[in-house]
Design a protein around this ligand. Structure first.
Ligand SMILES: NC(=O)c1ccc[n+]([C@@H]2O[C@H](COP(=O)([O-])OP(=O)(O)OC[C@H]3O[C@@H](n4cnc5c(N)ncnc54)[C@H](OP(=O)(O)O)[C@@H]3O)[C@@H](O)[C@H]2O)c1
Length: 303
């Protein structure tokens, strides 16, 4: 099968086209013919040589931790999906390829109307937003601050906070992405020096906050939110610990993904595709991700 893999860890050019054996599904596993795979900062870090906890990277390493595609085969004991079923799901590595093998518990049926690109870029960030917001505890009528709100994860976080009842979501973005935030239902604010004052000028009460950029955003959140248990960061665990902010708890599941797909079907979460690249342009996709700027989601398509 065709895949984009890393033999020598490094910059985006380290991603090279390789020909690998089609993987066989083991017990409880399903093989999926990938149609689209999301691109995340997580993938760029693995490409550069960072090993996710308890994973040993053995080149050639195929990165990519979310996918959408068509079930092609299943291993012993896997019976939830028949060949031909359209699914989306999550794993840790392996999605920048024509085929991926994943436990059947890590995928759900694709909503029939969901385009492949949307489905491939949905599982990781939708669930990341869920993890942050469920940890912070979103209640009806809350005012929520999201730092780095226009990016892939921010776009989901803003909409999920609104879907869960936040009456006001204040999101930070560069001027170029502020209309995008308005369209998502957020009140935009510029990031950078003075951001806390600009947020306070919009609302004198901020109940909860999610930081998706780093320590400056986390410090702003601490200045704005009275109860630090209602703050989360996806970026800087060390700073969170230092500031007494609880860490985001892991928790991806098929049940959670099903709930989020239902919100997409109801039109309450929309996915903005920033750029879609064919699989063999994975290096360009990583270059785009590593700018650290942009709105919505980068995906790879696999013909
Ligand atoms: N730990 C986890 O499980 C996990 C999971 C997913 C993501 N993450 C992390 O979450 C972060 C966001 O991921 P993503 O996929 O959303 O990235 P992304 O799509 O690249 O978005 C990054 C966003 O950051 C904004 N930004 C740039 N400089 C900023 C600044 N100084 N202050 C505030 N915002 C700024 C950009 O806005 P403009 O374009 O308007 O400048 C952009 O929209 C990354 O660090 C990623 O590694 C962690």
């Amino acid at each position: 099968m065709r895949a984009m893999a890393v033999r020598t860890f490094g910059g985006p050019e380290a991603l090279e086209a390789v020909d690998l054996p089609i993987p066989e599904p083991g017990p409880g596993q399903v093989r999926v013919r990938v149609r689209a795979a999301g691109v995340q900062p997580f993938d760029t870090r693995v490409r550069a040589g960072w090993a996710p906890p308890s994973i040993r990277l053995v080149p050639p390493v195929v990165v990519g931790n979310e996918f959408a595609g068509v079930v092609d085969a299943h291993g012993p004991g896997a019976s939830a999906f028949q060949p031909g079923a359209e699914v989306l799901g999550f794993t840790t590595l392996g999605c920048y390829a024509e085929y991926v093998v994943v436990p059947e518990t890590q995928m759900v049926a694709k909503p029939p109307a969901m385009p492949w690109e949307v489905a491939g870029g949905f599982p990781a960030n939708a669930q990341g937003a869920y993890q942050c917001l469920s940890g912070a505890g979103i209640h009806e009528g809350d005012t929520v601050f999201v730092n780095a709100a226009a990016g892939a994860l921010g776009t989901f976080t803003v909409q999920l906070a609104r879907a869960w009842g936040a009456s006001t979501v204040i999101g930070s973005a560069s001027p170029a992405n502020q209309d995008h935030l308005r369209a998502l239902g957020a009140v935009p604010v510029a990031y950078g020096p003075g951001m806390v004052d600009r947020v306070r000028a919009i609302s004198d009460r901020v109940d909860a906050a999610v930081d998706l950029h780093g320590v400056d955003g986390l410090r702003a959140a601490v200045a704005l939110v009275a109860d630090r248990r209602r703050i989360r960061t996806m970026v800087d665990d060390d700073a969170a610990t230092e500031l007494g902010v609880p860490l985001v708890e892991p928790g991806r599941s098929a049940a959670r993904l099903t709930e989020l797909c239902a919100l997409w079907e109801q039109g309450r979460i929309k996915v903005h595709i920033r750029h879609s690249y064919p699989l063999d342009r994975a290096a360009d996709a990583h270059r785009g991700s590593e700018t650290g700027h942009g709105r919505g989601k980068i995906v790879l398509t696999v013909d």
